[in-house]
Design a protein around this ligand. Structure first.
Ligand code: SF4
Length: 383
């Protein structure tokens, strides 16, 4: 569920986020509820159960708790909300408030993901974040005080001129807080961002490929020593604290995207899958929904071959890899039959491996394969 409002547009950000001084929370929340009620009646979703909800952004932590309470009420009234459903919210340290955090807990949100990115003042300034390292620590304390016992911290590494030692300082500060989950992403320059324009002009000193890999592997090592298992390329969790919602994406489950610019996907037995994106502009989105029009402005029907490619591409991001029985059951064909050439190539080069766990077979990237994870996973998209 996307909340597209921010206080400031960070120059590296390619999310659907818009600077609003006073976001129209009531009107936006009402639009979210209307969308939910409409999906509850759609044949592909009616009567289905909801196992996770994710309020992302933008900056959802600017919103009043009442908006999330209304949305959760609508979901509970229209779907079967599983009793142990994970309900996450993203919060920015520069937009955190103890009362709001308590309200989020009372509304039924049980997991919080704090966008720390770094504890270093210079790095935060480069990223154009509006918070300080101290404010990030305070936001974490506020979340704990509000009763959150499932907390993620988002961090970013491989910034221009950043040394490994500087990164480890932030990483160790994050570990010292003892969150349940850490997401550590390499900063990438996305087209359509201000950072892209700046980089084109000034050629910022990003780490080269060798150093970037050193960041990646050292991050894994330090987090493993601290008790965080890497369960996906950029995600680390203490035992049993992986993000159920993101695991759903990687396992190619169905999800409904609600809100401006939100994306959704469902399996379609007649064809492969359907993917859609909502109108990005918050104002146009709200107007459409309130007039009773569809919020969707892009819909793609994926043929079986495309859906299979996506399922492998996403599944291989997970450390446990792609569940082969699940794939065969979903698509009616074994992975070995669909991708004989690619499998021979990657398995033959030792870049992928198969293994068994609790009676199930999996295909995953080997350690060597993780060094070129993007190339290997993307090869299935274009097969
Ligand atoms: S706070 Fe997050 S969503 Fe908002 S502009 Fe910055 S990176 Fe983008």
């Amino acid at each position: 569920m996307h909340t597209p409002f921010c206080i400031h547009k960070c120059h590296y950000c390619d999310f659907n986020s818009h600077v609003f001084k006073a976001p129209p929370w009531q009107k936006y929340g009402d639009a979210l509820v209307k969308e939910i009620l409409a999906y509850a009646k759609a044949p592909q979703f009616a009567g289905r159960s909801v196992s996770s909800i994710f309020f992302g952004g933008g900056t959802p932590s600017l919103a009043p708790a009442s908006m999330f309470a209304d949305v959760l009420q609508a979901i509970g009234d229209s779907f079967v909300l599983e009793s142990d459903a994970e309900v996450s919210i993203e919060a920015n340290p520069g937009a955190s408030d103890a009362c709001r955090f308590e309200g989020y807990r009372r509304a039924g949100i049980n997991r919080i993901s704090i966008g720390v990115q770094s504890f270093d003042a210079k790095e935060l300034k480069f990223l154009e974040r509006i918070h300080s390292g101290d404010e990030a620590i305070k936001a974490f304390a506020m979340a704990k005080d509000a009763g959150f016992d499932n907390i993620n911290l988002d961090l970013m590494y491989a910034l221009p001129h950043q040394s490994l030692a500087q990164w480890f300082t932030s990483l160790q500060q994050a570990i010292a807080l003892q969150p349940q989950h850490l997401s550590c992403y390499q900063l990438t320059v996305e087209p359509n961002t201000q950072l892209f324009v700046t980089h084109k002009k000034k050629q910022l000193a990003f780490p080269d490929e060798t150093l970037a890999l050193e960041f990646f592997w050292q991050t894994r090592k330090q987090l493993a020593e601290a008790g965080f298992a890497a369960y996906e390329i950029s995600n680390f969790a203490q035992l049993g604290k992986h993000c159920q919602h993101n695991v759903g994406y990687w396992q190619y489950d169905d999800y409904i995207g609600i809100g401006a610019g939100a994306a959704g996907k469902w399996d379609d037995d007649q064809q492969g899958a359907v993917r859609y994106t909502n109108i990005r502009s918050p104002q146009t989105y709200m107007n459409a929904v309130h007039q009773g029009d569809s919020a969707i402005n892009f819909r793609e029907d994926l043929a079986y071959a495309e859906a299979m490619g996506e399922a492998v591409w996403l599944g291989l991001r997970q450390s446990e890899g792609l569940n082969l029985q699940r794939f065969a059951m979903r698509f009616g064909q074994a992975v070995e039959i669909v991708y004989p050439v690619l499998l021979r190539q990657w398995l033959g080069q030792g870049l992928m491996e198969t293994y068994e766990k609790v009676g199930q077979s999996y295909l995953r990237l080997s350690d060597k394969g993780l060094n070129i994870a993007d190339d290997i996973t993307a090869s299935f998209l274009h097969a």
